[in-house]
Design a protein around this ligand. Structure first.
Ligand SMILES: CC(C)(COP(=O)(O)OP(=O)(O)OC[C@H]1O[C@@H](n2cnc3c(N)ncnc32)[C@H](O)[C@@H]1OP(=O)(O)O)[C@@H](O)C(=O)NCCC(=O)NCCS
Length: 430
């Protein structure tokens, strides 16, 4: 008998059950049972069987994935096995995108070909740009990005054709190129500025900066490479799961990415960098930090934005890297005074029993907004930049989903807690 077995007795019936225990790459945290196996545990033959109940998927794996590995207790993040620290230090965003999507680091020729394909797709049709011009100036740029991504599914006429790898590659390169241009276009439009057309010769991050600001500083372009690498993927988070769920129903990748971007928008997810900046402004100065931390501890509904994570119970490795990048950016832009408030918040929080006992550490969003703001972006653009970086991760996960024969339409079950059957009462008799 295999030792990799969970055995027990259903005390309602005194019948034994067994579930096999399988595992992923790592023994320590990869062991799992298939919850559809619970269905065999029944009181009677006609019984539905046991369901697993897991609100917010705290303990449910929805897929097998070979893309990103996180060890939340140790503070480890790896893309395709490569530590995030090495990638952030030594690679470029497009190299990482290639790695996430295709599974291996590219050779020089492969990277050149991929870069050429993505960068050439930063040209967006005039129809799409005039669609963006229909949004009110001053409107929130994340709402505009969500709308524009969804609109691409109408403006591109081949969106339903994604059965072959070649077609998938076409959509991946187009979406990665287009999302950069859409991100810059919604910023320029919302700020009442004229559109800056793409210049693929500037490279992905240089071109993105140029489309945002009309100029490129090489130090800022390098900082942006690092920021986008850190945002590129984070396994089955809220927006990635949304991308997979929408695509599982057969929708095109443009509609799925609009849904993923909408999921990212929320302050508990990618909108946290925007919430952090609002919070830092509310705190106002370093001498008010201790009071603010006391308030967070005392008021249950007040959260320290940019702190805490569903998966990390340790320092988010991305936050460590981002903190370093901030100072590189300040060399060019001058210091964003909010960094001092953020550093003090981190210092005071990490000495506070509440934050220590809940394992709450800074996450990626704690410092990223400060950097984007120093570069000259308004608060409403913080999550848009996150979405540009995350686009390659969403697409890598989309492609993995399409090739996964175990996947079907995502359709959770529920535990019904409503009324038992009852008879309709006519309107005039209620
Ligand atoms: C990221 C986040 C949504 C994870 O949430 P989660 O895994 O569902 O954990 P919960 O919301 O259940 O929080 C667990 C406990 O820690 C507390 N907590 C979590 N994050 C907190 C924060 N940032 N500030 C204060 N308390 C926090 C909660 O109040 C809760 O306490 P309780 O069990 O006594 O009710 C949450 O930490 C958060 O809201 N952080 C701030 C927003 C943020 O930075 N999001 C970006 C994530 S990359």
């Amino acid at each position: 008998m295999s030792r990799n077995m969970l055995k027990g007795t259903d005390k309602r019936t005194d019948k034994p059950f067994k579930l096999s225990i399988d595992r992923g790459t790592y023994v320590a945290d990869g062991a799992y049972v298939r919850t559809d196996g619970l269905r065999k545990i029944k009181r009677t033959d006609s019984d539905f069987g046991l369901l697993g109940y897991d609100p917010a998927y705290l303990n449910t794996a929805s897929c097998k994935s070979a893309i990103t590995y996180i060890d939340g207790e140790e503070g480890i993040l790896r893309y395709r096995g490569y530590p995030i620290e090495q990638l952030a230090e030594q690679s470029t965003y497009l190299e990482v995108a290639y790695l996430l999507i295709r599974g291996t680091l590219p050779t020089r020729d492969q990277l050149d070909e991929f870069s050429e394909r993505v960068n050439s797709q930063t040209s967006v049709s005039e129809d799409v740009l005039s669609f963006i011009r229909g949004f009110p100036v001053g409107g929130h740029t994340m709402g505009m990005l969500v709308g524009a991504l969804g609109a691409l599914s109408v403006f591109c006429d081949d969106v339903r054709d994604f059965a072959t790898e070649e077609a998938q590659d076409r959509h991946i390169c187009r979406l990665m190129g287009h999302v950069a241009t859409l991100g810059a276009a919604v910023h320029r439009h919302s700020a009442g500025l004229s559109h800056v057309p793409p210049d693929p010769d500037l490279g992905f991050c240089g071109n993105l900066l140029n489309m945002l600001f009309g100029e490129v500083d090489p130090v800022l372009a390098h900082a942006l490479e690092v920021l986008l690498i850190l945002h590129a993927d984070h396994e089955q988070n809220c927006s990635t799961s949304t991308m997979r769920a929408i695509a599982s129903g057969g929708a095109d990748p443009y509609s799925a990415m609009a849904g993923a971007a909408a999921a990212l928008y929320g302050p508990a997810h990618g909108g946290a960098n925007e919430a952090v900046l609002k919070m830092l402004n509310e705190v106002g100065s370093v001498d008010k930090v201790a009071d603010y931390i006391d308030r967070v501890v005392a008021e249950k509904e007040l959260r320290l934005q940019g702190f805490g994570h569903r998966v990390y119970s340790n320092y988010d490795p991305r936050a460590k890297i981002i903190k370093r990048v901030a100072y590189e950016v300040f060399e060019v832009t001058g210091k964003n005074p909010l960094i001092d408030i953020a550093l003090e918040l981190e210092r005071v929080a990490l000495q506070n029993d509440y934050f220590v006992s809940y394992n709450l550490y800074p996450n990626v969003d704690f410092y990223s907004g400060i950097i984007y703001q120093a570069m000259g972006l308004p608060v409403r653009m913080m999550t848009v930049l996150f979405a540009v970086g995350r686009s390659c991760g969403w697409l890598a996960q989309w492609r993995e989903l399409l090739g996964d024969s175990e996947q079907k339409i995502a359709r959770p079950r529920q535990i019904y807690t409503g009324e038992d059957v009852r008879d309709y009462v006519a309107l005039d008799q209620r």
